[in-house]
Ligand binder design. Structure first.
Ligand code: GLC
Length: 470
C-alpha cells in the first residue's frame, strides 16, 4: 500500500503548530510498519538555507486553477528515510509567514490541485491520499470533480484529518468559480451555512474523517465544540474516527536533548534540578530549590484558557510558587503577563515569543506544566512536559482528557479539572502543590512521567487499519 501524506506544514521544514509535529513524525512511523508513505507540502521561502540545501530540484509542470495557469516546481528531499515532495511557486509561497495572507484560499487551492497533478509526474501512485486541515481540503474535492476518469486516479481513496475544527476555510460564494475553478455542480459540496466551507467539503468528499483524539471525536458531535459543524458530523458519523496523536520521542528526550543545561532520566534526576536553576536564570527570576515552578508554553489565545489564568493570577501569586511563561498571541494577554512580571519580578518570568531551544528549557526546568485549554483537539505540550518529568495540570478536555489522568484516581500522571472555572483551576493547582510538598510522592510522579510512552506505535497501527478498511 502507498500513502501520500499532504500537509501545509511539516517538520523539519515549516511549523506553526502541532500539525507540523504530526506530519513530521507519523509518516515515518507508518513507513516503519512497511507501508510506503511520502509527504507533500509547499516549498515556503521561509525554509532555512540549510534545509533548502537538502532539497533537489526534480521537475515542473503547470497547474490549471480556473482561468489561471500557474507554474509548479517540485523539489524532493529524504529526511530520516521519508521522501518529501516540496511544491514550489514563489508567487504563492514566497511570503513572510505560512498563513494569514489575504489570498490563503487561492494559495491552498493551488497547493491542493498541484498535489493531484504531481501524481501524474512521479513514479508513486498512491492508494491513499491522507489530507490534513482545510488547507488540503480541496484535494478530495478536485479529485472527485476532475481526475476520476484518469486511470492513475480512479481508485485513490482519501482520508481527511481534522486537527482543529475551529479553522474551516470559509469564503464568499464567488470564490468557488473565480478562485477554485469549481463549477455550479459542486455547490452542494462546497456550500454550508450560506458560505463556502472547505473543511465541510473535504469531509463530505473523503472516504474517512479522522481527528486527533477519541474525546475530541465525541466533542465535535456537539454544538459546544463543533463551530457549527455538529449536525453535518452527526450525519457523517459512520466515517469519523478519533486517533490520538503520538509524538517524536527522539526529538523530545531529556536523556539526549542538547538544548538543556543537563540531561537526566528516571534513574538520575539531578540534571533536572540543574535545568530548573538554568531556566530561572534565563528568565531572570531568583532560584530557590524548594519553590515549585509552574510553567506554560502556549499561544496566548482564548482557546488555550488564558483568560482563566489571568482571572486567578493574583490568587496564584499569594502561593509560594514561581511562574514562567513562554508564548505569544493576543496583545491584551501579552500586556497582562508582562505587567505581572513587572509587578512580581521575584516570582514571574515571561518571554513573549517562541524558540524551540527556550521551549526545551521550560519543559525540562519546570516542576508543573499548566494547560487549562478551553478546547484541545489533542495537545502536544502536555505530552512533551511529561517526557521531561514535568507534571501537567490540565482542563479535562479533548486530548488532554485522553492523555492526563488525575493523581487522586490512583495511577494518575497529572492533575485535571472537569469544570472550566476559576475555583476548579485554583483548587487543582492547590492539589498539585500539596503533592509537591511530599518529596517521595513527587519523585515517584516524576519518574513515572519520565517513563511515559507517547510513541506512534498504537496510533500508526490505527491509521494503517483505517487505510486498509477503505
Ligand atoms: C492542532 C490542535 C492541537 C493538536 C495539533 C496536532 O494544533 O489545536 O490540539 O495537538 O493540531 O494534531
Amino acid at each position: 500500500m502507498k500513502v501520500l501524506y499532504a500537509s501545509s506544514e511539516a517538520l523539519p521544514f515549516a511549523a506553526s503548530g502541532g500539525l507540523a509535529d504530526v506530519a513530521g513524525s507519523l509518516p515515518r512511523a507508518i513507513r516503519n510498519r512497511k507501508v510506503a508513505c511520502r509527504v507533500v507540502m509547499p516549498y515556503y521561502s521561509t525554509i532555512s538555507e540549510e534545509l533548502k540545501s537538502k532539497c533537489k530540484y526534480l521537475l515542473n509542470f503547470t497547474v490549471d486553477l480556473g482561468w489561471r495557469k500557474q507554474y509548479c516546481g517540485v523539489f524532493t528531499a529524504n529526511i530520516g528515510g521519508v521522501v518529501y515532495y516540496l511544491l514550489d511557486n514563489e508567487y504563492y509561497f514566497k511570503r513572510g509567514r505560512l498563513y494569514g495572507e489575504f489570498d490563503d484560499g487561492e494559495r491552498f487551492a493551488f497547493f491542493s490541485k498541484a498535489v493531484l497533478d504531481l501524481i501524474s509526474h512521479i513514479d508513486f501512485i498512491p492508494d491513499i491520499i491522507h489530507c490534513n486541515d482545510w488547507q488540503t481540503g480541496l484535494v478530495p474535492v478536485y479529485l472527485n470533480a476532475f481526475y476520476r476518469n484518469n486511470d492513475r486516479y480512479r481508485y485513490i481513496k482519501t482520508i481527511f484529518t481534522i486537527h482543529n475544527i475551529q479553522y474551516q476555510g470559509k469564503f464568499s460564494d464567488f470564490v468557488a468559480g473565480e478562485v477554485f475553478g469549481l463549477s455550479q455542480n459542486t455547490s452542494n459540496v462546497l456550500e454550508y451555512d450560506g458560505c463556502i466551507n472547505v473543511l465541510k467539503a473535504a469531509m463530505q468528499e473523503s472516504d474517512r474523517i479522522t481527528t486527533v483524539s477519541e474525546s475530541y471525536a465525541n466533542e465535535i458531535l456537539t454544538p459546544s465544540y463543533a463551530f457549527g459543524l455538529h449536525s453535518f458530523l452527526n450525519d457523517n458519523r459512520f466515517k469519523l474516527r478519533g486517533i490520538l496523536n503520538g509524538i517524536d520521542m527522539e526529538l523530545y528526550n531529556p536523556r539526549t536533548d542538547a538544548k538543556i543545561a543537563a540531561n537526566f532520566s528516571e534513574n538520575d534526576l539531578s540534571g533536572k534540578e540543574k535545568c530548573k536553576k538554568d531556566l530561572l536564570e534565563q528568565f531572570s527570576v531568583p532560584y530557590d530549590k524548594e519553590t515549585p515552578v509552574i510553567a506554560m508554553v502556549t499561544r496566548l489565545v482564548e482557546a488555550k484558557g488564558i483568560s482563566l489564568v489571568r482571572d486567578i493570577f493574583e490568587e496564584l501569586m499569594k502561593k509560594d510558587i514561581k511562574f514562567i511563561l513562554l508564548g505569544s498571541g493576543d496583545k491584551e494577554y501579552e500586556d497582562f503577563f508582562q505587567s505581572m512580571r513587572d509587578k512580581y519580578p521575584e516570582k514571574v518570568g515571561v518571554y513573549i515569543g517562541f524558540s524551540p531551544a527556550t521551549a526545551s528549557k521550560v519543559y525540562a526546568g519546570a516542576d508543573m506544566f499548566l494547560m487549562p485549554s478551553l478546547s484541545e483537539p489533542c495537545g502536544l505540550a502536555q505530552m512533551v512536559a511529561l517526557l521531561y518529568g514535568t507534571i501537567p495540570i490540565v482542563h479535562a478536555v479533548g486530548g488532554l482528557r485522553d492523555t492526563i489522568k488525575d493523581c487522586s484516581l490512583g495511577e494518575g500522571n497529572g492533575f485535571t479539572f472537569e469544570y472550566f472555572s476559576r475555583d476548579a483551576l485554583i483548587n487543582t493547582i492547590g492539589n498539585a502543590l500539596r503533592v509537591y510538598g511530599n518529596k517521595k510522592d513527587w519523585t515517584e510522579l516524576k519518574k513515572t512521567a519520565l517513563k511515559s510512552d507517547f510513541s506512534w506505535k498504537k496510533s500508526a497501527e490505527k491509521y494503517i487499519n483505517t487505510y486498509k478498511e477503505i
